[in-house]
Write a protein that binds this ligand. Sequence first.
Ligand code: HEC
Length: 172
Amino acid sequence: MNKKIFGSIVMILTLGACDSSSTSSQTQGSTPPPEKTISTLTGVDVIRPHNVQQIAEGEQLYKQHCVSCHGAKAEGNPEWRKALAEGKYLPPPLNGTGREWHSSRNELHNHIKYGSKFGKGNMPPFQNTLTDEQITSVIAWFQSLWSDQLYAEWLTKHTVGSVFVDEAYKKQ
Ligand code: HEC
């Protein structure tokens, strides 16, 4: 019980930290991002941010860089579960119907930044094309497609951190 309460406090604090950092990067005069609280079955309330400007930017970037592989609605390739030769896979959904929600924010971020793990899959790296902020916007866009329930499950599963451990990932 104590652990659960502590977890939710940590979550709200780290989320708050994320929010303030992303807000500070917004252009002046923009309204603060709206957010809503989702009550979950476990009794842990989750705050879901919805930054309209960030999501709109993410959608544009997605259309430019990701749509050709992941599909117009981020639905992925229908055959995404089938292993191809050399253990490679087709692009999976990002709209909440695949396995994307098993990954933490850092893992999603690093997958986009550095491409398929160990350079072995078919996902190209975007580290020379997109800034960290732009990657965050793309994630915000495809996460806006997730249901409240899925978002809440994802957030409680992976306590969101605001620091990306890029160096550690590179060494793997
Ligand atoms: C050339 C095709 C291609 C492009 C372009 C591409 N991806 Fe992918 N992506 C893949 C493939 C294939 C996978 C599955 C293999 C893997 O996990 O590396 C994947 C996996 C992912 C994953 C991991 C999902 C999971 O279920 O673990 C994320 C997140 C992702 N892509 C996001 C993006 C974003 C965001 C963009 C645009 C900035 C993008 N991808 C552009 C092909 C692509």
